[in-house]
Design a protein around this ligand. Sequence first.
Ligand SMILES: Cc1cc2nc3c(=O)[nH]c(=O)nc-3n(C[C@H](O)[C@H](O)[C@H](O)COP(=O)(O)OP(=O)(O)OC[C@H]3O[C@@H](n4cnc5c(N)ncnc54)[C@H](O)[C@@H]3O)c2cc1C
Length: 506
Amino acid sequence: MSVPEHTLDRIVIVGGGTAGWMTAAALARFVRNGRTRIDLVESEDIGTVGVGEATIPPIVAFNSLLGLDENEFLRETQATYKLGIEFDGWHREGSAYMHPFGDYGRDVDGIKFYQFWLRLKASGEPVPPLEEFCLSAVAARKGRFARPSPDPRTVLHSMAYAFHFDAGLYATYLRRHAERWGARRTEGKIVGVNQNGETGFIESVTLASGQEIAGDLFIDCSGFRGLLIEGALKTGYEDWTHWLPCDRAVAVPCEATGEPIPYTRATARRAGWQWRIPLQHRIGNGHVYCSAHETDEAARDTLLANLDGRPTAEPRLLRFTTGRREKFWNRNCVAIGLSGGFMEPLESTSIHLIQAGISKLLALFPDKGFNPVEADEYNRLTIMQFEQIRDFLILHYKATERTDSDFWNHVRTMSIPDSLERKIELFRSKGRIFRFEDELFGEANWVSVLLGQGIFPSAWDPILDSLPQDQVRRQASVVHTALHQTAEQLPTHREFIARACAAEPA
Ligand SMILES: Cc1cc2nc3c(=O)[nH]c(=O)nc-3n(C[C@H](O)[C@H](O)[C@H](O)COP(=O)(O)OP(=O)(O)OC[C@H]3O[C@@H](n4cnc5c(N)ncnc54)[C@H](O)[C@@H]3O)c2cc1C
């Protein structure tokens, strides 16, 4: 069968970081019409951002859709499993809570299990912390891991996981597959972007060597610089620094010490927070901070003073402006990755936003006609997703009781978007959360962070009043016992990795 004339002849991906190679792999795998050629241009001299190593559960589906073998992927990227994030010192100094993946307990007659917990807590009954009713959290605390069971009748079915991996190795791994599926890579620095004089559409890019690469569709994966979307198309950027004021990070890997824990740790600091991401061969660390409240030297010192092992490289400074492009798809250019926008890695959402950008692009895949209705829908959906994630991140700062620095005093008392205000008030009333239009973070995520940050509803959902207190207590006890017994029987995280996916020593 011949391929229609309006089918794209050539897609050019600019950039070979995580965004570039995830996009190249997915397009090479799924755009197989015999006509569309996929080219990626990257510059080793410029390099990649080199961070971005903690993920959230949808990455499992992305890898699986590409047909990647999970054990091979873990081996090749020195990866470990991630069952959630522990937030230390966010509610108050010395406090800690887990935001685990997966749900809490088992719902009864459509009533969310966390409502059972709220009722027991509000009635003054001795009930363990909510995290003890989520299998991923219980296993994480015990340092244990197994993949979820496909059988919905089992407790292990409720396990949910993601990965910590080496970002550079992930890009290399994806490159290998993308090239095998037909994507072509050109090494070189782009020095010119050539646009049509009338439509403003991008027609080609020029490399320092003089080579010109033409295309129908351009994917801007050039990182913070947004070479096409901003450099050429002047799309504009919406700055969210007033809500998320951290604007720098200093990152350094250190030697791995002890057992790799199956969760990320995010520890609040004087003017920001520090991440700890355990891989098989090292630990990734970084300190995200607000330059209006902390000097680069102080931020670096704080990071180096709080490492588990010896640093294995020089600390690297990164600057960023939190926000998003006014449009992610402008004319024949789609910005995926850091070129589209950035929110700090507090909930490991950037790589997910790459994956979400790719899925939406495939769902709204254009032809040479570039009907604007497709770009408009892409932008509407992507903007909504960015704003929903933004609100979730702001919650972590706003709902704090810390008063120990100007930074925390500022974020605790700042005004917040109406959308978040409404969400918090609804939860404060009877613990209700609603998920809007494909929202990434669902009830369990919001409940974990709202309660973890010290927001407790004034009442439970009255629909639960139909159940006697005894039944509520019994239900909680049955769930608690089942989760702990299941977690106890799992292999340790280290044992699981050794058996399934141990990497060669680095
Ligand atoms: C401090 C920090 C921590 C982060 N932590 C996490 C995390 O834990 N989890 C998470 O999901 N995400 C995280 N991220 C985000 C994550 O790093 C990025 O989403 C991801 O790496 C994708 O980056 P990218 O590919 O868009 O850009 P980059 O890695 O910067 O790649 C840009 C590419 O464009 C190429 N390029 C640029 N200009 C030119 C040119 N003129 N000619 C040719 N090529 C060019 C470069 O060579 C490079 O290949 C973090 C980000 C930061 C800043």
